[in-house]
Design a binder for this molecule. Structure first.
Ligand code: GTP
Ligand code: SPV
Ligand code: MN
Length: 593
């Protein structure tokens, strides 16, 4: 097989890895449609993929993972830094020698009888100053086809890499998909990732969480930029100006939905538009004009299927109508199409559920799609994809928004008093856990900047890096920082805020604040909107004045408990917590008395 690069570090690593895993054959992925189509056919023949109705869902496929392999596995994800302290108290740690020995032991000979696929990929537009190259070696066609949607894949990547050693090594081995031998290990000092015994998205699409967040967050710390678990959206005001927001919410807490929201009718009539730049990850750098700029390093959406429908997220649904791979959803045998919970009110009756068993939606007692079932859709399919999506220089950021699922406590929106206070707000975020990771669902946990599962080094150093990034830009150019909560619940357990498209009403206030156009009320936790500044035109029936007052309320008693919870969390980091954040915590405590 002809080599596709002369890069000596790439060739040496590939030789070492193929000697280890011992494939029967080696295929270089060139990114061509001919090659990808041949792989799709092969995967359909082996049963790895199922081709869906070509008229209704052209170029779309269904895949089912193993039953034990349906989400990220945080307890089996490790940061392998030279010392445990470098990984910090919130990461699982393994010594690099131990990690390599363990994983190479598992990987050894695991490609026997299989084909090795070499995937050169770029996170970010090929050749952008923000972009970084990775090479993933995998024995899964599903991984190749997903990576070809999620990243820029192919020969052009090797061509731009040239002889550089600045690329991330990624070895993925399916092995026997054994849960107790599943490991996702990161070696930030070596730009290396090894993942064994999984075939699920975030564990095996190594460009995504493993590289673009865990390794990249470490690189950003060393190289003065930031890798964040943030969507990027542009809001076009009636005057045609577009303002960009980056927002960090934990997994399955609404990034994809917010990133491509459809404005409420009253806003549409006024001429508002929302443009999606990214739905999951932002790479952020200081631009020549001293502002912070962000790119989306990905090229597709790996989105949560359940809950996605024409009303909640029309643009996401549209994005999945062609060239999409669905994972762990329902197969409707009659139409040879797909279905998932809340797609519509007509579940198929002659169907196969995510486990591969016959399923009748009219009688079913268990969901047909896994709660973390996903679609992998090309970004270019999105009807509101931003014209700036491919801009190699990124887009200038006006606001950073943090948020999570909090049934109580956190108000609809508040603004931090300064950059450092904003870092405090991000560092003390908490959210109820979701099905995106294995483990209990609905438990409140601290998830600073939505990065708890994704920070490749000590989170206290990461907070310091945030403070330093803020200090590196002029105060008047630094993005303003906000916190939102779409998930407040009443005593019956119903959501109090309609959410989805109506979240634009909150973003509108945020942009007005950035432009100095809206007033605010000073409270113990930060600046809150005046009730009359949240535009409720068209939802007055759904959100009464009382409801709005409740979700804009700051209850000192609850915040006293919260401050104690933050102090307890900070204590894990000992004296590494930046003094600026300790001061913010002391102020919060004093304010809520
Ligand atoms: P990851 O891909 O895991 O990072 O998730 P995400 O943050 O992109 O979450 P996503 O937008 O896919 O939403 C996850 C779930 O939250 C879906 O079931 C949505 O229907 C639901 N959701 C999103 N936005 C809102 C909202 O504003 N209100 C309510 N109540 N639910 C929402
Ligand atoms: C998340 O869990 O935040 C995701 C999906 O975006 S995964 O790629 O599995 O991490
Ligand atoms: Mn995510």
């Amino acid at each position: 097989m002809t080599e596709r690069t002369k890069n000596p570090t790439v060739l040496a690593w590939l030789k070492e890895m193929t000697d280890l895993v011992q494939p029967d054959a080696v295929v270089w992925i060139d990114g061509s449609e001919t090659q990808l189509e041949a792989l799709r056919k092969e995967a359909c023949a082996s049963g790895e993929l199922h081709k869906l109705n070509e008229d209704l869902l052209p170029g779309c496929y269904l895949h089912r993972t193993a039953l034990n392999d349906v989400a990220r596995v945080e307890h089996r994800t490790f940061i392998c830094t030279p010392t445990k302290e470098m990984a910090g108290p919130t990461n699982n740690w393994m010594a690099p020698e131990e990690g390599y020995a363990l994983l190479k032991g598992i990987a050894k000979g695991s490609y026997k009888g299989r084909t090795a696929y070499i995937i050169p990929y770029s996170m970010g537009p090929v050749g952008s100053p923000f972009s970084k190259v990775g090479v993933e070696l995998t024995d899964s066609i599903y991984v190749v086809l997903n990576m070809a949607i999620m990243a820029r894949v192919g020969q052009a990547v090797f061509d731009t890499l040239g002889d550089s050693d600045d690329w991330v090594r990624g070895l993925h081995c399916r092995c026997g998909i054994e849960e107790e031998k599943r490991y996702i290990c990161h070696f930030p000092q070596d730009n290396t990732i090894i993942s064994v015994n999984s075939g699920y998205g975030g564990n095996v699409l190594l460009g995504k969480k493993c590289f673009a967040l865990r390794i990249a967050s470490y690189q950003g710390w060393k190289e003065q930029w930031m890798a964040e678990h943030m969507l990027i959206l542009g809001i076009e005001k009636p005057n045609g100006e577009v303002k960009y927001i980056c927002a960090a919410f934990p997994s399955a807490c609404g990034k994809t939905n917010l990133a491509m929201l459809i404005p409420p009718e009253s806003y549409r009539k006024k001429g508002y538009k929302v443009w999606c730049v990214g739905d999951d990850i932002s790479w952020i750098r200081k631009g020549a004009d001293g502002r912070l700029y962000a790119i989306n390093p990905e090229n597709g959406f790996f989105g949560v299927a359940p809950g996605t429908n024409a009303k909640s997220n029309f643009n996401a649904l549209e994005s999945t109508r062609k060239g999409t791979i669905f994972t762990n959803v329902v197969l409707d045998k009659t139409g040879n199409t797909v279905w998932w919970e809340s797609l519509d009110k007509n579940p198929p009756t002659d169907a196969i559920d995510w486990k591969g068993n016959p399923w009748n939606g009219a009688e079913a007692t268990a969901p047909g799609a896994h709660p973390n079932s996903r679609f992998t859709a090309p970004a270019q399919n999105c009807p509101c994809i931003s014209p700036e999506f491919e801009n190699p220089q990124g887009v200038p950021i006006s606001a950073f928004v943090f948020g999570g699922r909090r049934a109580k406590l956190a108000p609809l929106v508040y603004q931090a008093k300064s950059w450092n206070h904003g870092v405090f707000v991000g560092s003390s975020m908490a959210s109820e856990t979701t099905a995106a990771a294995a483990g209990a669902v609905g438990v409140v946990r601290r998830d600073p900047m939505a990065m708890i599962p994704f920070c490749g080094y000590d989170m206290a150093d990461y907070w310091q890096h945030w403070i330093d990034m803020g200090a590196s830009v002029d105060a008047d150019k630094a993005p303003k920082v906000f916190h939102v909560n779409w998930f407040r619940k009443d005593d019956e357990g119903s959501f109090m805020w309609p959410g989805f498209g109506d979240n634009l009403r909150v973003l509108d206030w945020i942009i007005d604040r950035c432009e100095g156009k809206a007033e605010a009320v000073e409270t113990p936790i930060g600046y809150l909107p005046k009730a009359e500044d949240i535009d409720l035109e068209g939802i007055e029936d759904e959100v009464s004045a009382d409801t709005l007052a409740t979700i804009l309320d700051v209850d000192p008693a609850l915040w006293r408990t919260e401050a104690a919870g933050i102090a307890e969390f900070y204590a894990k980091f000992g004296d590494k917590v930046p003094v600026e954040l300790q001061e913010c915590l002391a102020t919060l405590k004093a304010n809520v008395g």
